[in-house]
Design a protein around this ligand. Sequence first.
Ligand code: HEC
Length: 112
Amino acid sequence: MHANLNMKSIVISIFLILLIGILNKPVLADDIALGKAKSETCLGCHAIPGYNNVYPTYKVPKLGGQHAEYIKIALISYRDQQRSHNTMHANAASLTDEDIDHIAKYFESITK
Ligand code: HEC
């Protein structure tokens, strides 16, 4: 009798833990929306027609449609100064891993 009750509460606990896990999982669309908000400053350079900065004229890499993993690796290396570029180091310096994840998913989602 007693043992049976314990078994029941264990099963219910496991069920609740699994349910919380599922509900807590961030939905991709939410990540993309957050990434979009966090990318406003980036778009001034990375979303310009022809991918040439106006003045001084220099090439800016196209990010839309790139794989999220590729963008993530690039941002982490700028942030951690493994890849040097003053402008991009300044832009990536304050990003958290979570920010980078959201931003990368956002750029990957842009196909046009
Ligand atoms: C002032 C203009 C400017 C701003 C603002 C800017 N970037 Fe950049 N970004 C550049 C330039 C120029 C490069 C090329 C740097 C190089 O040669 O390493 C670059 C490179 C990159 C790369 C590497 C792309 C590749 O193909 O290797 C990524 C990823 C990137 N930027 C993401 C971002 C994100 C995310 C933001 C906003 C948080 C941002 N950038 C803001 C100018 C800018």
